[in-house]
Ligand binder design. Sequence first.
Ligand SMILES: Nc1ncnc2c1ncn2[C@@H]1O[C@H](COP(=O)(O)OP(=O)(O)OP(=O)(O)O)[C@@H](O)[C@H]1O
Length: 900
Amino acid sequence: MYKRQVETRYGERDLAELTLRPDGGRADPVTLTCWGKWAETADYARAGMDVLTVGVEANDYDGEGGYATTGDSRVVLQPDYLVNVTDVRSWVQCPRLEYLNSMSGIPLNYPVVKGTIVHEVFSDLLRGSEVEASIDDRVEEAGLDLGLLGRDPEQVRADVADHARAIDGWLRQGTLDDEDEWRSEQTLISERYGLKGRADAVRRGSPVELKTGKNTKSEPRFQDKIQVACYALLLGERGPAPDTGTLIYTKNAALDRSEEDGDLSPAKDFSLNDGLLGYVVRQRNRLVAMALDSTVPTGYEANARCEYCFEQDTCMVVSGRLDQESKAGGIGSALPAEERAYFARFYRAIEAERRAVHREYAKLWTQTPEERADADRALIDLEPVGKTEVDGGWELRARCDDPVSKIREGDVVLASDGDPVYGTAEMGRVLELDDEVVVSTEEPVDLRRLDVYPSEMGVDGMLTALHNAVLAGDPDRKDVLFGRREPEFREVDEEFIPNNPAQNRAVRLAVGADDCALVHGPPGTGKTYTIARTIQALVERGERVLLSGFTNRAVDNALEALREQGFEEFVRVGTEHGVRADMQGFRLETRGDPEARARELEDAPVVAATTASCGSRVMREESFDVALVDEAGQLTEPATLAAVTLADRFVLVGDHQQLPPVVQAADAADESDIEIESTTDPASARSDGGVATDAADLSRSLFERLVDAHPDASVLLDTQYRMAQRIQAFPSSEFYDGALRPASPDVATQHLTDLPGVDDDALPEHLRDRVAFVDPDGTARGNTNPTEVERVGETVDAFVAAGLAPDDVGVIAPFRAQAAAIRRRVPDVTVDTVDRFQGSAKEVIVVSFVATGTLDSPVFEDPRRVNVALTRAKKALVLVGDREALTSDERYARMVEWAE
Ligand SMILES: Nc1ncnc2c1ncn2[C@@H]1O[C@H](COP(=O)(O)OP(=O)(O)OP(=O)(O)O)[C@@H](O)[C@H]1O
């Protein structure tokens, strides 16, 4: 097995030679001769791509040390591009189908919902459940979906029972005895073939796939075989390569012999021969080559037969609107050129983000467990202490000596026995994270390691939102988005917030907006309060409102503000783990009576969900008069569109002087493992130079873009209710042109001694001021600075000794490692990174800058992070950092001067 990089390419159909540099480009070039069908793969290879070969032979006779493919060889292009098995399946059917599916997301329709229920019943039966009980349970679980589709649960149960008969009958066959080794769905990844997926089931090491359609031929359908062959490749990576695959067509069990001809048996076995497996690898290569090139498939590639395709209409609309070539042809007129350019730009940026997610996946095997742990992306060396079966799933427990990483309670993670790629791994959710970790999974695992699970869900959601907004979006709305006209407003005179003119203007603007309104709220200026007031004003006018935000926390905070203002007519859409405890009572339950569940959602005047949930198939069916999106400065443009496209008008609330959108491709651009050796090839030149510009498109929020483009559509909230004047001074002048003012003299002059039991005299001299600077005079060690940890500890101790409650003190540190070290020193106070602190405040904040000698730290990369750190404090702010390093930069020199 060699990993190489392509240098040049040339060749003919049946023989192609690739010049590769083995060992990741470090070794001398060698030639790989690709014979027969592998010549086709060589044809797609581009300079700069990684190539992995399996079973090639050395060409010793010519003395040049080349290699050639044999009958058993496989050649894999860019193996770290992990293609979903289901995408290979649609690609083989028609490459354009795969392209269209990736853009439009899975719709809410009855075949899809029924298919999901049948698959779940299948898993239940494999785990030994009884058929009737499983059907009842799974149909009830799908209550909301079925209600929105207007389905009668009795009829659904009957439909599902038809399919379940096939499964049950097959499971009871004599061939299946206690010896049969079964596993239901399993998360599988192949680093060699660049594939990932979840097989419906694995029996004695062979893949089994369930299809809810009918098939009366004796052979399985070709694309279904392809899917099973992919799982076979994945399974062959961890054990003996399976030689048989099984497809179960459950609809066959419902067919009547008197009306149907052919082979009505649901289960069809077929042989997984080398020819088929090689074909699958080549199709995947082609898909990857086109994806990396950003080539849009036409449908000609696979000789697709458009007349029988369910997607024909969508296909024609997309090609018509985007002026693409397609086999089915196009309908309608093309979008204006700037919209097509916008679509193409964001499409590329989102695909660059997908590549970044794939690179994260690849780290599961390219990095050692220790490297993963050091990068805060895994908890390793866990000691399993127990597994319990609960509600059809499992709760795994393990001891954990050092629970410091990116992983948080509520996160979806990869739980494994120590080897997430070749061992047993399951996706799960972290329920508790302390000296003991508790994770819930569907299948049991000996819990020895947890990894951050790089999910493509965010990327898929952005693509769907882009598609819906540009291709299906309202043309009038798009005039504003594309800057062809100014947003329009109706005059509103009502007084909404008498004590705060800027907030009042913001509500008026939002209520009177015909298109959109933008509310710029610096720290503590009452964004949440204004959002709640705006929602009420809109509902009073009979409008239906979507309340959204980047995080669950923002959404729940806004709902809390609504409740404080006496308004409770809202429904919260989200998972049990995502929604805060005090909002669980408002959470939309998806299980239950279909009609009741659907009513709950459809009758709610206010629906609240994160922007990520706005892309769910349920939310995509909802429509609103106004979408109000909080934390809009932290959202990428397509992520904002996911909420905005569900409504006629929108209001964005945020602060682009605080944290910007997190874009992985931007971080990855520097460490890209693709070395471009030849820039003569236009494709490779684009993939190199493209990364930075693509990431830049995503790093700028729609909020920021619109505030700049339409200043008249925005209001700056200028009155802050949080910080003492002394604390506010520097952030206000640096980030808000000096516009911030305290809401009242009480806010301006607040001091620690206002708090009951705090004794000013007990504080050391240098901590009596509202802002203080402490130079720890230590040396950074890795990402922590032990001396600084100690000085932060002493500072916190001094505040507590003077009578402050530990809960009133917070510490902000740039690195998780530093945060962890401080947390160990002062376990009773909240210690976290800037990202975790955005949106909250404390009486006292201590900021640990961990800068010794240089300003080489994530806080300084973007001054907006420092803005967030400095604006969390109400009464006292202490900056701990190296004076020399900080004053080497003009901005931070001003900061030190202000603090001293
Ligand atoms: N018009 C107002 N009158 C009285 N109190 C207000 C007003 N607006 C905001 N507040 C109070 O000011 C405090 C801060 O407001 P809020 O939490 O809405 O700020 P925010 O801008 O959302 O903060 P963050 O920067 O953390 O997002 C809250 O206690 C809120 O009740």
